[in-house]
Write a protein that binds this ligand. Structure first.
Ligand code: HEM
Length: 586
């Protein structure tokens, strides 16, 4: 089914900015839907809003149910604001910060419109943005040398203990220099090498792990499986290191989960003791996290040391020559990011190198909230995980048909196949629209600013871009709750991104701080789904309570269980050929 997108001349949340009007977006927005307030600043002459509560001249909410004293202390708008305030109680917020915050953000968007203020404490608040034009403005003005208005704010603060000086959280010139150095490591030749050697091989290994469950008819927690698979993949791709996460509980993996859990808790701590210098080791929760970071850093340092011993002058000369010629350097025996960076001989101290690699490792796995619950559970992998339950009941499901048609007798895709797996790609894209991870992006205003629509942003204001709201807004997408891979246009058209949707689709963010691993991530998800669907049929375990929660990313509360069944001999590749290679495991 192809969706016809509709347009309207009215200025709504989904309306185009003047620049995009000159260069039309590829995926045209839908027309105004009355459930969401139009993007429009409120001023003194306006009728009282039916959508949100204004801060009145005394600074308190106009409704007795609004946050009262909290709002009053939040007089960030100089006494009379043009920004509606979410009708949230302090207790709601405390509770919600530990749970599915993105769902509450959606509810407040329905009540207060696409731009509203969410008080979170006596002197703290978030300006919540659920409008593509405003999101575009903020994201494009982050670490932008021409227009530097925002930085990563709270994210950088709460994860500094883990990432150190890593480029995922640093800013300004330091960030720019490191992004320029590390970004090229994920070049086209690297991705081609990864597709076959890592994405395909690790997915085949994961498929093999399912055989026992298929034979015994026991349900499999697919979220845990995908989480382990991505960790396996990111370890090999970044460090050429085998975490062996599909078969064992590595202490380093546990340490990563523990540290991520701590960043999550720091983001929601009402009493941020972690800000007090020197007391971290005295507080059990923080001590545990600091010990975890020590282990992660030691492991990373050891891997850097080993790699340095392998790289000789000749390799460094080859890497420099490739850089000078503008070609892509790849060590055939070890195409990892670590090897690339060491061979490229970047003038950088080893702490910086370690922290940048950790940025790649953690941002590349992006799993949260499972620290105390053992292995598994990952937000990021929901691109693949959520594709399953969404697609299986889909009457026109042609994902498996496409996989069979493209792969023939092969068990995993080649690079040429990858370009043909267009419906699988659309299913991944659509899953990331419905379940964006992270569901929110945080920024902080460095100077006073004004959002499109005239909303004032004071210096120091924390801004929360709700990717979830933008992706689910009926003012932005037709039938937003439905899983419709075809909504992005013809299959032979471009893969949707923030540019060709004019920031209506931003799972990888946008602007200068956009995800550096987007192509890696899409390829990884498509390959993993393809390999599994090639060999197995999947069926949801009926009546399970999946539940969704969020920290830095969306994940399930109870896992996502499915029955797996091996497909017939022809479908499961009786030739035993995987990506052109003979399979040992299958
Ligand atoms: C489905 C998978 C992924 C999703 C949804 C995702 C999403 C994101 C998002 C939204 C950001 C920007 C955050 C912001 O604007 O504040 C980001 C940044 C980043 N991502 Fe990803 N990512 C994924 C996979 C990966 C992978 C596989 C890698 C590495 C191989 C990676 C490395 C990074 C790094 C290093 C940054 C920081 C970039 C910078 O600040 O300059 N990501 N990611």
């Amino acid at each position: 089914m192809m969706l016809s997108n509709r347009t309207s001349g009215r200025p709504t949340v989904g309306s185009r900015s003047s620049s995009s009007a000159r260069r039309p977006a590829l995926f045209v927005p839908v027309k105004h839907v009355s459930r969401v307030a139009p993007l429009r600043a409120q001023n003194e002459d306006d009728e009282p809003s039916t959508f949100g509560k204004n801060i009145d001249s005394k600074g308190a909410g106009t409704s007795f149910t609004s946050p009262g004293w909290l709002t009053q202390l939040n007089m960030l708008w100089g006494g009379k604001s043009n920004v509606p305030v979410a009708n949230a109680q302090p207790d709601d917020i405390k509770e919600l910060l530990g749970g599915a915050l993105f769902k509450a953000l959606y509810k407040w968007m329905q009540e207060s419109g696409p731009i509203y203020l969410l008080p979170t404490g006596p002197v703290s608040s978030f300006l919540v943005v659920s409008d593509p034009a405003a999101a575009k403005h903020v994201l494009r003005s982050t670490d932008n040398s021409q227009r530097n208005i925002y930085n990563k704010g709270l994210v950088a603060e709460v994860s500094e203990f883990l990432f150190g000086k890593g480029f995922a959280i640093s800013g300004g010139d330091a960030w720019k220099a490191r992004r320029r150095a590390v970004g090229p490591s994920l070049h086209k030749a690297y991705l081609e090498a990864m597709l076959d050697r890592v994405f395909g091989a690790s997915s085949l290994f994961a498929a093999d792990k399912l055989r026992k469950a298929a034979a015994e008819g026991t349900p499999v927690n697919m979220e845990a499986l995908f989480s382990q698979l991505t960790l396996d993949i990111i370890g090999k791709s970044v460090f050429n290191y085998d975490f062996n996460s599909l078969t064992s509980d590595s202490p380093v993996i546990q340490a990563v989960y523990t540290a991520l859990k701590e960043t999550e808790q720091r983001a929601t701590d009402l009493l941020p003791l972690w800000k007090v210098p020197g007391i971290g080791w005295l507080i059990p929760r923080q001590r545990k996290a600091l010990e975890a970071v020590e282990l992660i850093r030691k492991t990373t340092n050891d891997l850097i040391k080993q790699c340095k011993e392998m790289v000789d002058e000749e390799e460094m000369r080859a890497a420099s020559a490739a850089a000078a010629a503008g070609t892509e350097y790849l060590n055939e025996a070890d195409p990892s990011v670590l090897r690339f960076l060491i061979a490229a001989r970047e003038e950088v101290d080893s702490t910086q190198l370690r922290d940048d690699l950790l940025s790649m490792l953690v941002a590349g796995h992006e799993t949260t909230g499972e620290g105390g619950r053992g292995r598994g559970g990952g937000g990021r992998i929901s691109a693949s995980t959520t594709a399953f339950p969404n697609i299986l009941p889909h009457p026109s499901c042609s994902m498996q048909a496409e996989v069979d048609a493209v792969l023939g007798s092969r068990l995993s895709p080649t690079m040429a196949d990858y370009g043909q797996l267009r419906y699988v790609m659309r299913c991944v894209n659509e899953s990331m629209r419905l379940y964006p991870h992270p569901p929110v992006l945080l920024r902080r205003a460095l100077v006073e600013d004004e959002l499109p629509g005239g909303f004032k942003v004071p210096v120091g204001q924390d801004v929360m871009i709700s990717v979830y709201n933008i992706h689910h807004s009926p003012a932005v997408w037709d039938d937003p709750e439905a899983f419709i891979p075809e909504r992005f246009g013809p299959l032979d058209g471009p893969v949707p991104n923030e540019q060709n949707t004019d920031f209506r689709y931003i799972p990888f963010s946008g602007g200068p701080r956009k995800c550096v691993g987007d192509q890696f991530a899409l390829m990884e998800a498509v390959v993993a789904l393809t390999v599994l669907l090639r060999q197995y049929d999947f069926q949801m375990v009926p009546n399970q309570q999946i539940g969704m929660t969020t920290g830095a990313t969306i994940h399930t509360t109870n896992g996502l269980y499915m029955y797996v069944k091996e497909r017939g001999a022809a479908a499961s590749g009786s030739s035993g050929v995987a990506g052109g290679k003979q399979l040992a495991a299958a």
